[in-house]
Design a binder for this molecule. Structure first.
Ligand code: AMP
Length: 282
């Protein structure tokens, strides 16, 4: 366990701490999160330690990426528990700003990536990715991180952040880390704690449908019937809504009608009242 673990709460304090590390010759990584940390988040810390000497994490439940009917108020929060997990994982700095420190009165600037947010989750969650791009650009700017680590679980988010970091010359290398799953295959998510036992069982249809679709596509099956079968499997398993099941180019996120290098299967739907997403390489 690292000797040092500190919590800072203002952008300026984050900059000071990260700059001090950089002046000492360390490469620094930032792992942005919304807290309620699980093994998926801690894998991002481990990934950060492969690319940097010092890893900082941030916890900020960003209101700007929640829609008016979404779960902002009930989003799980446990800073003390999260801090202990981060420290045990080798993270040495936690940035946990207040709402007022992140968005002081008069805040008026937004980052909007064109195109990539229009489809998939962005079509169902208008404005969500503008909120994400805005907060991540602030986190990367204040941290001056050499490396930013994000999970492949949120594939569309990762694609948007890569685009934004490149377009805005943020100077942070964006690293994607693989999806961490429960033993039964369900991708870990802070929102899984909303699921009842029955819903948890229904949710398993999501990784199962993706795995079946992936196998069929890798075996040479035609794309449209494979996607339709996955969609049907989710509906039959009790998903209240299937937002999409698509095969897309992993970088442009545009739909593909045949498997190609870099293709990604993407799916999202609602179990009970909980929206779940997952994806897989093909
Ligand atoms: P969140 O706290 O849900 O905003 O997620 C913070 C970061 O953790 C994002 O980069 C997510 O993609 C990543 N993440 C969340 N769940 C997982 C998972 N099961 N496997 C890998 N990364 C994850």
């Amino acid at each position: 366990m690292p000797a040092e673990f500190r919590i800072v709460r203002t952008p300026g304090a984050l900059t000071t701490a990260m700059e001090a590390w950089k002046r000492s010759g360390y490469r620094v990584a930032l792992v942005p999160t919304m807290g309620a940390l699980h093994a998926g988040h801690l894998a991002l810390v481990a990934e950060g330690l492969k690319h940097a000497d010092k890893v900082a994490a941030s916890i900020f439940v960003n209101p700007k990426q929640f829609g008016p009917l979404e779960d902002l108020d009930k989003y799980p929060r446990d800073e003390a528990g999260d801090a202990a997990k981060l420290q045990a994982a080798g993270c040495e700095l936690l940035y946990a700003p207040s709402l007022a420190d992140m968005y002081p009165p008069g805040f008026a600037s937004y980052v909007k990536v064109a195109g990539l947010p229009d489809r998939l989750c962005g079509a169902v969650r208008p404005g969500h990715f503008d909120g994400v791009a805005t907060v991540v650009s602030k986190l990367l700017a204040a941290s001056r991180a050499d490396v930013g680590v994000f999970g492949e679980k949120d594939w569309q988010q990762l694609a948007i952040i890569r685009r934004m970091a490149a377009d805005l010359d943020l100077g942070t290398r964006i690293i994607g880390a693989g999806i961490v799953r429960d033993d039964d295959g369900l991708a870990l998510s802070s929102r899984n704690m909303y699921l009842s036992v029955g819903e948890r069982a229904q949710a398993l249809a999501l990784p199962k449908a993706l795995a079946a679709a992936r196998e069929a596509l890798n075996g040479g099956a035609a794309v449209a019937p494979v996607l339709a079968a996955a969609h049907l499997a989710l509906a039959q398993a009790g998903f209240n809504r299937v937002d999409y099941v698509e095969l897309v180019d992993g970088e442009t996120l545009m739909p593909l009608d045949a498997v190609a290098v870099g293709a990604r299967l993407m799916a999202a739907g609602v179990v009970g009242t909980t929206r779940l997403i997952d994806n897989a390489a093909v």
